[in-house]
Ligand binder design. Structure first.
Ligand code: CP
Length: 310
């Protein structure tokens, strides 16, 4: 069966659990999976910059014994000559077995999926969704906290344009006892659809604040995000808001001894480098774990598409 992953809601809670369990096994026993995708190819179609997502997809496929092709910017593809996403994916479907696409336009991976004969994975579309970052986040929380329920999660920074936060809230709202503390300047609060369609619709407990210090002691997880220059229409607004929150050692002294500090990365100023040595800072571990959950996703989608043996 041909399946695409465009939003976190494309995966059921049971499927998320299966992917996390598979990623755990891949992490513990990588050699058992080193030839599972032999002869298969992933196309990484990146119309926007990336370090972790593109390279972890590529590392994941190489770890599974497969191969990689693709482009890392729109300028180096025929998008620069005006080719549509629909035409591109029709062609790539005859070159590769699965594709991961990042695009600055919201909905572009969905359009690709509609014209594709291979599985398409959304690797981040504009300010909309980033489902494989969310898989990485859930795998990290599961590994380091031992549970995905009964957690108070603080999301801090650019909650308006931050696609990682949008996907994380959507996915974590499906677990019992999860509460959100949404920490941002007034201008960068979450989009209204998340409030109405997810948080209010599901009766999830949440509050919106603009001071980090006062809520830090209450958090199990602090999910920091970057204020993203590339999403602002106006440079003055970016400069005014970019350093709204800076996590440093002094602020960390207010947090619980077992709070996790997560960040999808890249960071700019929002976490001081002095925090990196704190055992609660897990953002580099989070980036490492992203390879294994992407291995699990590639393997599962290729298996479901009948392209590899189970
Ligand atoms: N977390 C994340 O999406 O990082 P990149 O932009 O480097 O892929």
């Amino acid at each position: 069966m041909l399946r695409h992953v465009i939003s976190p809601q494309d995966l059921t809670v049971k499927e998320l659990e299966d992917l996390i369990n598979l990623a755990k096994d891949m992490y513990s026993h990588p050699s058992n999976y080193s030839e599972k995708c032999k002869g298969k190819k992933i196309a990484t179609l990146f119309y926007e910059p990336s370090t972790r997502t593109r390279l972890s997809f590529e590392a994941a496929m190489l770890n599974l014994g497969g191969s990689v092709l693709g482009f890392s910017s729109a300028d180096s593809s025929s998008a620069a000559k005006g080719e549509s996403v629909a035409d591109t994916i029709r062609v790539i479907s005859s070159y590769a077995d699965i594709a991961a696409m990042r695009h600055p336009k919201e909905g572009a991976p969905q359009v690709a999926a509609m014209h594709s004969s291979i599985p398409v994975i959304n690797a981040g579309d504009g300010g909309h969704n980033h489902p494989t970052q969310t898989l990485t986040d859930l795998f990290t929380i599961s590994q380091l906290k031992g549970r995905l329920n009964n957690l108070t999660i603080g999301c801090c920074g650019d909650l308006k344009f931050g696609r990682t936060v949008h996907s994380l809230i959507t996915a974590m709202s499906r677990y019992a006892g999860v509460r959100f503390v949404l920490i941002s300047p007034d201008e960068l609060r979450i989009p209204n659809y998340l409030r109405t369609e997810i948080l209010d619709a599901k009766g999830i407990e949440y509050k919106e604040v603009n001071k980090l210090e006062e809520v830090l002691p209450t958090l199990d997880i602090l999910y920091m995000t970057r204020v993203q220059r590339e999403r602002f229409f106006n440079e003055e607004d970016y400069i005014r808001l970019k350093d709204s929150f800076i996590l440093d050692k002094d602020k960390m002294s207010l947090a619980s001894p077992d709070m996790l500090v997560m960040h999808p990365l890249p960071r700019v100023n929002e976490i001081s480098v002095e925090v990196d040595e704190d055992p609660r800072a897990v953002y580099f571990k989070q980036a490492e774990l992203g390879v294994y959950i992407r291995m699990a996703l590639i393997y599962t989608l290729l298996k479901e598409a009948g392209k590899i043996e189970g």
